[in-house]
Design a protein around this ligand. Sequence first.
Ligand code: NPW
Ligand code: ADP
Length: 283
Amino acid sequence: MGEPVTWTATDAAAHLHAPTAGDDKYSRGVVGVQTGSAQYPGAAVLGVEAAWRTGIGMVRYLGAAREPVMARRPETVTADGRVQAWLMGSGMDAAALPPAVADDLRAALAGTLPAVVDAGALELAVGAAAPVVVTPHAREHDVLRKALGLEPAGAGRVAAAHETAAALGGAVLLKGAETIVTTPSGWTARVDAGTPWLATAGTGDVLGGVLGAVVAGAQARAEAEGETLGADDLGPLAATAAWVHGRAGVIAALRAGAGMPGPITALDVALALPEAVAAASRH
Ligand SMILES: NC(=O)C1=CN([C@@H]2O[C@H](COP(=O)(O)OP(=O)(O)OC[C@H]3O[C@@H](n4cnc5c(N)ncnc54)[C@H](OP(=O)(O)O)[C@@H]3O)[C@@H](O)[C@H]2O)[C@@H](O)CC1
Ligand SMILES: Nc1ncnc2c1ncn2[C@@H]1O[C@H](COP(=O)(O)OP(=O)(O)O)[C@@H](O)[C@H]1O
């Protein structure tokens, strides 16, 4: 494992791309979203909102929470079709995945398109053919490690996250006050751009949407060059998403407290994403 880099605004800016005159909605990337459930419809709304507000050509929502998603974001497309990356698992309970949903997730993970795998889909990432980036919090990390035959992580978060990435053959974004991102080859970053006000329900679902949009955009650019993303490419993209999410949390908290950090909701974070993206682009 290499020495962890500290991810900065300049690093994030290098992985965020404003549209140009030559772009159209497809060239900017389409993210296919399989999130939410009857139990957790809100997670789907939050991830879709976040993907749109990070900047993306199209969000294709194919999960079980179409009604609330469309009520909030009518620009979302619910028809099946081509995508450049998948976002899956937020707002799903692994123990209660309907068989048809599990089949759809497995089919996506058996393909070649990059996938952002969160919450209820994490264990399905084990053995995936697709390049994956998983986004566990501490407890989900231990559940994933168990599925990989590893012991609980303990205190050494960086080493443990890398061990998980190597065993999985995928990138790992380990959430917490400090976010760790690491890839199978050993590339590792620390991202500490946020605020403890982010410790509120649904902010992880927002992060999933940010990362889905960033990965779909990068895959669209790779495809235009006749290339495709691999698991190691997903590390810097994940660190960028964590930076943007953290900065959006700070912007939202300062807005909520009229200049001093104040309490925020996950939707506040999603609404602050355009300013966070613009803040990175200034570097
Ligand atoms: N509006 C919506 O639709 C929302 C939907 N959501 C969706 O809900 C689903 C379940 O997600 P969840 O992570 O909240 O798992 P849940 O089964 O409640 O917790 C089980 C136990 O895990 C632990 N634990 C939890 N967090 C931890 C952490 N950060 N770091 C360490 N440990 C942590 C804690 O155990 P303890 O530490 O208390 O023993 C807790 O009792 C998932 O699909 C998600 O996307 C949420 O995003 C919220 C908004
Ligand atoms: N104390 C903290 N300081 C900074 N960021 C935090 C803190 N606690 C949590 N976060 C961030 O908030 C988000 C929480 O995600 P997650 O645990 O998945 O919550 P949820 O499942 O409710 O969406 C992550 O991006 C995490 O890094």
